[in-house]
Design a protein around this ligand. Structure first.
Ligand code: NDP
Length: 333
């Protein structure tokens, strides 16, 4: 049956401006790193994309290497776009990235002009698109001059293959530098995509949010610390369907008795707020206006909806709650 998006889809979502640009992103965006490759259930992936859009999530985040296998998340998304969402293309912000290992040889990764131009060409073919809305440099490259990376990104915008560019995993100093280079070239660098959650505060130590100021927006990935900040591990076991079970990006050794105890303490704070742990983790990030969007991942429509409900269950955090959360996190080793 033909898909028709909910007419109410823009009613409850909040949209935040990326830095000083004209681009607004939903407070929650959907990432397709896991669970959207060719091995994932096609019906569930389609249902998740539709459920997200039905609730105002206009931004879908990809990368050349998302799968597994690498490239297949872009292909899966292309199918959904073509079959279900094609007529809504102008309501969507679709991003992809290049920088991590994608193909053999010296040009298959990092930040050279050769890698970035070739990779975006490949991504556009897989996505069946003429342009992406945001093209990111996925990680800083210590061996390529920032000038070359910035020039390659500018070139792709001038060619019309990306409307905006972004950077990812850049620390404050190098982020400021490349944004200056891009600004000088009149290339709109709208976002820095970084790992940030109430458990992972490394960007705070780097002073990144202050350094960004209005230069570019900040979009946070792994807001649930890859699922740790959910009800999934509160019982101390590792469910069959979980990222920890795969033992790759979230290691099983993280699910220790000490960590489970601390997660339960965080859950108790969430419950007092009338939220699930994942909803509190998302709300905690959104309380900072410098965060443009929180990039969530999901395995099912049920998880996705629980996370989007964070927008409804969220209330301003009191100082007591913030301090209680920080006191638990300080004990995390
Ligand atoms: P999260 O920290 O939100 O983890 C998502 C995972 O947590 C899900 O796949 C699911 O895992 C579990 N989960 C989510 N919601 C619930 C729930 N309500 N109840 C129980 N479990 C839940 O984010 P990701 O680490 O997936 O990152 C999000 C996006 O950020 C990525 O898709 C990608 O777009 C981007 N990203 C960018 C990076 C970069 O270098 N720029 C790096 C990493 C991510 P499961 O059920 O499988 O256990």
């Amino acid at each position: 049956m033909r898909y028709t998006a909910e007419t109410t889809r823009y009613d409850a979502m909040e949209y935040r401006r990326a830095g000083e640009s004209g681009l607004k992103l939903p407070a929650l965006s959907l990432g397709l790193w896991h669970n959207f490759g060719s091995e994932a259930d096609e019906r569930e992936t389609t249902a998740m994309v539709e459920a997200a859009f039905d609730r105002g999530i206009t931004h879908f985040d990809l990368a050349n290497n998302y799968g597994p296998p690498p490239g297949s998340a872009e292909e899966r998304f292309a199918g959904i776009l073509k079959d279900r969402l094609a007529r809504y293309r102008d309501e969507l912000i679709i991003s992809t990235k290049a920088g991590y290992l994608m193909w053999d040889g010296p040009y298959g990764e990092w930040g050279s002009r050769k890698h970035l131009v070739s990779s975006l060409e490949q991504s556009l073919k897989r996505l069946g698109l003429e342009y992406v809305d945001i093209f990111y440099h996925h990680r800083p490259d210590p061996n390529t001059p920032l000038e070359e990376t910035a020039e390659a990104l500018s070139h792709l915008v001038r060619q019309g293959k990306a409307l905006y560019v972004g950077i990812s995993n850049y620390k404050a100093r190098e982020a400021k530098r490349i944004i200056e280079l891009l600004k000088a070239a009149k290339t709109p660098c709208v976002l820095n995509q970084v790992r940030y959650s109430l458990l992972d505060r490394s960007i705070e130590a780097d002073g990144l949010l202050d350094a960004m100021g209005n230069r570019a927006g900040t979009i946070c990935f792994s807001p649930l610390a890859q699922g740790l900040l959910s009800s999934k591990y509160l019982g101390g076991t590792i469910p069959a369907e979980s990222r920890a079970k795969e033992d790759r990006f979230l290691k099983q050794k993280m699910i220790t008795a000490e960590h489970v105890q601390l997660l339960n303490e965080l859950d108790a704070i969430a419950q007092k707020r009338g939220q699930s742990l994942s909803q509190m983790a998302i709300g905690w990030l959104l309380r900072d206006e410098r965060i443009t969007s929180v990039l969530i991942g999901a395995r099912s429509v049920a998880q996705l909806n629980e996370n989007i409900d964070a927008l409804e269950t969220n209330a301003p955090f009191t100082e007591v709650e913030i301090e209680a959360i920080d006191a638990v996190v300080r004990r995390w080793r």
